[in-house]
Design a protein around this ligand. Sequence first.
Ligand SMILES: [Fe+2]
Length: 348
Amino acid sequence: MTKYVPVEDNNHQRASSLEIGQIDNINTTGFQRYFLKKDDFHQIDKDALFSGREINFSIFINKDFDFQPVINASDNMPQKVSPEILDMEGDIAIKASDIPLYNKYLKFLEDVDLPDNNKTILMKEKSKIILRDVLADPRDSENIKRSSAAVEKIADTILNNNDALYDLLSIINYDYYLYTHSVNVAVLSIGLGVSIGLPKKEISNLGLGAILHDIGKSSIPPEILNKSGRLTESEFKIMKFHVLEGAKILRRHKCFPEESFPAVTQHHEKLSGMGYPFGIKASNMKLYGKITAIADCYDSLTARTPYKYPLAPFSALNIIVKETENYDHELLAAFIKMLGRVKKVEEK
Ligand SMILES: [Fe+2]
């Protein structure tokens, strides 16, 4: 039987009050093998697939540290999606080499008459691919411009349709992917920005900083990023470096607005001064830093990884709320209200 043991989050180095459930029966060799293969695949949302529709890319199920093929398709041999595949447990993934075909499929579906919520998922899928490209090549300015265009679309969608936020908030995946986390943090930050009445221009600047908040992780060695156990002190020092590295990368991009920087440089700061990299206190934290700190923490707590069970939204909020000294009270109240509204949409 799976046993839960307390663990601190490697990214946030939580105090004991923020312990989350770790799965303690990890097969280390299988786990390492899995991480070597993981980058060869790309996680996709089940809602982007439609039963009976033809696809020309292969589909895999990511479960138990393995990627099992479930549809073998190609340009020469398209296959129909069966309903059973959409019911299978685990993440659906495609080969990373099939991303261009998947992108074409998403583009094709743009012109198909689909319900709004499906269109929203397709937009999120495209954003995840852009983020994957950004993290693979953070120095390419075209990728930053594409991120900016993706943020505009997310912001417009949320501004035009309150219910879109729910469609955009990720279903809980079997595994954690930095590109999905980046898009989730942008969605949550934009949602919070809209909730507190920020003007459109500010929503865009906030969203761009939020979607690129972890861009510096592209420079962190994968063995530290993907470590299943607690980081050593020296490993955590390297992990913390991602914040300044992110700012350094973005400084080189003239198209990245000055106003967006606090979302990147302050997303691990805490009002109490106990955050990193500078340990600045509330009076020196900017609004975008305070917003992304809440969004980042919430998404990390509710994310599942192969070695950590996800927290339910209520439990995650309960943990954040207890840290009264670390997060802005008014923003947190607006954040809870926003997620409460999302929950109501879910119950409809
Ligand atoms: Fe981070």
